[in-house]
Design a protein around this ligand. Sequence first.
Ligand code: ZN
Length: 353
Amino acid sequence: MQAVFDGHNDVLLRLWQSEKKGGDAVAEFTNGTEKGHIDLPRARAGGLAGGLCAIYVPSGDLVLPQPEADGSYVTPLSAPLERAPSLDIALEMAAIALRLERAGSWRLCRSMADIDNAMADDEFAAVLHMEGCEAIGADLAALEVFHAAGLRSLGPVWSRHNIFGHGVPFAFPMSPDTGPGLTDAGRELVRECNRLGILIDLSHITEQGFWDVAKLSDQPLVASHSNPHALVPVARNLTDRQLDAIRDSKGLVGLNFAVTMLRADGRENADTPLSDMVRHIDYLVDKLGIDGVAIGSDFDGALIPREIGTAGGLQNLVAALQGAGYGGAELAKLCRENWFRVLRSAWHEDGED
Ligand SMILES: [Zn+2]
């Protein structure tokens, strides 16, 4: 079995939603559930050793439309969110992450040593991520506090606008060049992430925002859960120019399992073969090299191929990659080592500033 460290999941969102309906997040994660994609038993079964777990304030108004006859669709951008209720929700999700840590259900990892130790102890290695920073004000005071609570990665925007920048809509086919990029507050956020050692994730940001971060940030460029636009032209996927910049920065792209981002027809259809996932990995490896490609499942945040099903089915992807000719050392890079390399760099643990 190849241990997989995954660049993006929404298990905290699912557990938070469950608590809103009276559920027990710690019990649901620890003992397992029929719901969603990730819990401890299924993570163990599938070799999911850990990953970036998103604090994500959901947009209530997001509805994926029925595609037109030619398969195209455009989802209006979700409305901007107010800060105060966003902060409440972000705190509630961070609290779930901290309660899971206190219960011994997962290790909340703040350094590579934490991840190494968690994996050696066969504990789930969770890294706290924030997907869209509506909970943080322009003074960045909340960033400081979330960092102290364990936040080690963030995407300035989700697919909506906020005070830091602009996100891309869910649309097919569409270029990711859908509007402006970072605001002045967004630039300050990037500088502060560089200073604190917080990874900056470029999934969901406009192409202009991507270039704005590329110009400013001293970290490798990372898109935690996006796929190549040349294969599936959704606005959320990355153009070849973006892939070139990621390669030049020694960054990475995590393969998103969302079927709408894997299928050539862009459809929301779980009958999506593993060969589509391999096709994306092959393309990314061709563009980025074997050191620039990783996993960013979007477990608990998207409809994924039936042949994966849940975290318990992760090794089906590993087997498909093996079948496509990837050897042990390559699989180790794709499954976890590339993530560890960029985390070390973003967290100032690589001996460089
Ligand atoms: Zn996402």
